[in-house]
Design a protein around this ligand. Structure first.
Ligand code: AMP
Length: 369
């Protein structure tokens, strides 16, 4: 991953692949041109690398020149018109091949056709390394296309983001989500995850998703999801993975612009952890840490029975259901410590003490990430 100005970019097309495509274009064009000596015209600034690599691979005599796009103020002061400048050569009767780094909307191409209309060239052909079919809004024929790419912002190999990135030998794509801090708050029922999440989300400007809270909200509103979840929750069992995973994904999507998330009560199984990794990858992001609140079982039971007196939660009211939730934790959830330890992302924190002390212990871990 690289950062240019304020934005993060991820590797997209390696130098080797670009090299192969440039070779293919050079061979193809040389075959089509035959014995004529073509004039290759690059459009600055972006195409300097394309032109340089292309002509080195071109197996026969050729001429090379450049034109440049310059901004002119339009009739209205807000209107910015791009004009091509620098064409000084007589091109009458010549085979001209425009070499472009990228064709997206096709606006530059329209400008190319405008200035070549009166040049009396023998033929005008367009070659481009990259082409964004979804963005292209014109009808001009593209004679040679290197690689079709999706409509995402790219840099490298001549292409820039506000001046930077042109010198990179490979191409990078802008990251889907720029930079997120994603934490899994972990620990048995009653460890204090919900309480701590409330403080941490304010402090670090993160979105807190508690799967238990989302289930309870659905139960209160008697949704189909709520009805389904209730039968498991009331017994202190886990809700089936797919139901929980789908719900979690939907909650993350609702907060697409978040700086990051605190996942509280999720993941609780290996399948959930794997699906969370996939979800984060699809956002070009990752889980940064699992922070576990470590508390003895007997303290948990005591805390939950105490909470049950006021919380109105059926699963807090009865000691055997509480013990079943703790058993579920050890049987199904505790293994996730290994899952995250294997990625060097597990951080254990003593969960016994005052709320403020525990917040400080958690913050100390987060601040070092
Ligand atoms: P909590 O509020 O986190 O203690 O969750 C209360 C109950 O909701 C749990 O005992 C489970 O029945 C259910 N639940 C919450 N999160 C999950 C999850 N990630 N996977 C399965 N069940 C869950």
């Amino acid at each position: 991953m690289i950062k240019l100005h304020d934005k993060f970019f991820k590797p997209f097309i390696p130098a080797k692949q670009i090299d192969e495509v440039m070779q293919r274009l050079a061979t193809e064009i040389a075959n089509d041109v035959g014995d004529e000596i073509p004039i290759f015209i690059g459009i600055l600034n972006g195409s300097f690398m394309v032109v340089s690599d292309f002509v080195k691979k071109y197996p026969k005599p050729c001429e090379v020149t450049f034109i440049k796009l310059a901004s002119y103020e339009g009739v209205k002061s807000t209107e910015d018109i791009q004009r091509l400048i620098g064409l000084t050569q007589d091109l009458t009767g010549r085979t001209v091949i425009i070499l472009e780094d990228i064709i997206d909307t096709g606006n530059t191409l329209a400008e190319v056709h405008r200035i070549f209309k009166n040049e009396n060239v023998k033929s005008l052909k367009i070659a481009t390394l990259f082409y964004k079919p979804e963005a292209y809004k014109k009808d001009f024929k593209l004679h040679y296309v290197g690689i079709e790419i999706p409509n995402k912002f790219i840099v490298g190999y001549g292409l820039d983001y506000d001046g930077l990135g042109r010198n990179l030998p490979e191409v990078y794509q802008i990251k889907q989500t720029q930079h997120m801090t994603n934490l899994v708050l972990f620990g048995p029922p009653g460890a204090g995850k919900g309480t701590q999440a409330e403080f941490l989300k304010e402090k670090y400007n993160l979105v807190h998703i508690s799967t238990g809270d989302v289930f309870r909200f659905n139960i209160k509103n008697e949704t189909a999801l709520g009805m389904l979840a209730k039968s498991f929750i009331d017994k202190g069992e886990l809700v089936p993975d797919q139901v929980t995973i789908d719900m979690l994904n939907a909650e993350v999507e609702k907060n697409a612009d978040a700086n990051g998330f605190i996942f509280d009560g999720f993941p609780r199984t290996n399948a959930q952890a794997e699906s969370l990794d996939k979800l984060m990858t699809s956002k070009d992001s990752q889980i940064n840490a699992m922070i576990a609140l470590e508390v003895d079982d007997e303290i948990l039971v005591e805390r939950l029975l105490g909470r049950g007196k006021t919380s109105g939660r059926a699963d807090d009211a009865n000691e055997s259901i509480i013990r079943n939730r703790i058993t579920e934790y050890y049987n199904k959830t505790a293994i996730l410590k290994e899952y995250y330890s294997a990625q060097d992302k597990y951080f254990g924190v003593d969960g016994v003490g005052s709320i403020e002390d525990i917040t400080e212990r958690l913050s100390a871990v987060i601040d070092k990430l």
